[in-house]
Design a protein around this ligand. Structure first.
Ligand SMILES: O=C(O)[C@@H](CO)OP(=O)(O)O
Ligand SMILES: [Mg+2]
Length: 428
């Protein structure tokens, strides 16, 4: 039986140039597994705690020395000698060692790095790729890549309120082709923005971040770019949104600079989404309402849940307990899945299992502050969610995931499957 020999963490930088940590786990057989932890900007209030040092003289308080010390001290000591065969037991030990409900003592960043490295090490000891080790022989489904080609909100300095406008190549015959559809549309969008004298500078996730006349214009330019690239909007490539509404929620409603800057009620915001869904090929809306506005979510799910995917991110924070409540109250019909929102691989798998049991969708997601770690690519195939978002088809930290998925598809050969998990776009 292969066991954990040693664990050590050290600091690296994420895609925003902020510190994060990478964990190196050595097995008793001499195999070495590494895993790096991402970091969000538009975080949910109930996410597991990302431990930061708070010393303003080092990285403006964003240092991760404490989290690293927690890996190298208490965590390394508690896990040394443990079998790598039982991921749930390793994660349980980590949760118990922390002892809080939000991983605030050791830090979800410290805990997740170790949890992911342990999963990788376990796969290595049985000489299996990670997706097969975690998902078994049936792990053959590649996800529809939801590529964030236009950034706003907290991820960019432009005047667009909504955070993410994604293209989803629902009609592509394979993952590799989906990437081609997406990359060609991304290039077409760049040319189109350039032709109109708009900025082609990019936001945190690699999507363009121009100032636009309205939020809706983002949908319009994306449809134009899809067509300019030679694809059919809706049939070949659909649109998925993440307004990340918590970031523009105010007392009594929502403040949208792009819609005149007054306060928009939840009802009026739903009317905007309804109007868009009728006129654009939208298949999924994530965080259309703020994380505390469960009533807004419920109304949207009632009104639109039969036609499109309604995804909870900031409200559910990949937390099985909260997702259970969300399912009971019919708050959405899908959850966004981010490993670092909950902090262990086992709890993330549990969150996805709950979604599947309820007939919900599950979209695996990167964070806006990423590393080149490609864990979520294998994880998505292992879970067979059929959908993932990892930013634009540009920038190394985003492409690390997409490129790994292309490698998995090539490795699976004829057994690879690619199909859309979304309902057909309801527009037109
Ligand atoms: O809101 C989101 O879904 C994510 C990822 O796109 O952003 P962040 O990592 O900043 O929370
Ligand atoms: Mg989100």
């Amino acid at each position: 039986m292969t066991r954990i020999n040693s664990i050590a963490a050290r600091q690296i930088f994420d895609s925003r140039g902020l510190p994060t940590l990478t964990v190196r786990l050595e097995t008793t057989g001499g195999a070495i597994a590494e895993a790096s932890v991402p970091s969000g900007a538009s975080t949910g209030a109930h996410e597991a705690v990302e431990l930061r040092d708070g010393d303003p003289k080092r990285f403006g308080g964003k240092g991760v020395d404490k989290a690293i010390a927690n890996v190298n001290g208490p965590i390394a000591n508690a896990l040394a000698g443990m079998s790598l065969e039982d991921q749930a037991a390793i994660d349980r030990r980590l949760i118990d060692l922390d002892g809080t409900s939000n991983k605030g003592k050791l830090g979800a960043n410290a805990i997740l790095g170790v949890s992911m490295a342990a999963a990788r090490a376990a796969a290595m000891t049985v000489s299996q790729p990670l997706y097969r080790h975690l998902g078994g022989a049936g792990a053959v489904r590649l996800p529809v890549p939801c590529m964030n080609v236009l950034n706003g909100g907290k991820h960019a300095d432009n005047n667009v309120d909504f955070q993410e406008f994604m293209i989803a190549p629902v009609g592509a015959p394979s993952f590799a082709e989906a990437m081609r559809y997406g990359a060609e549309t991304y290039q077409a969008l760049k040319a189109l923005l350039h032709d109109r004298g708009l900025s082609t500078a990019v936001g945190d996730e690699g999507g363009f971040a121009p100032d636009l006349g309205s939020n809706e214009e983002a949908c319009a330019v994306i449809v134009e770019a899809i067509e300019r690239a030679g694809y059919r909007a809706g049939e070949d490539i659909a649109i998925a949104l993440d307004p990340a509404a918590s970031s523009f929620a105010v007392e009594g409603g929502y403040r949208l600079a792009g819609e005149g800057d007054g306060v928009t009620s939840a009802k009026a915001l739903l009317a905007i989404y309804e109007d868009w869904v009728k006129r654009y090929p939208i298949v999924s809306i994530e965080d259309g309402f703020g994380e505390d506005d469960w009533a807004g979510f419920i109304a949207q799910t009632e009104a639109q849940g039969g036609r499109i995917q309604i995804v909870g991110d900031d409200n559910f924070v990949t937390n099985p307990t909260i997702i259970k409540r969300g399912i009971a109250e019919k708050v959405a019909n899908a959850a966004l899945i981010k490993l670092n929102q909950i902090g262990t691989v086992t709890e993330t798998v549990e969150a996805i299992r709950l979604c599947f049991e309820a007939g919900w969708g599950a979209m695996v997601s990167h964070r806006s502050g990423e590393t080149t770690d490609d864990f979520i690519a294998d994880f998505t195939v292992a879970m067979g969610t059929g959908q993932l978002k990892s930013g634009a088809p540009c920038r190394g930290e985003r492409l690390a995931k997409y490129n790994r998925l292309m490698a998995i598809e090539a490795e699976l050969g004829d057994r690879a499957q690619y199909s859309s998990p979304f309902k057909r776009p309801p527009h037109r």
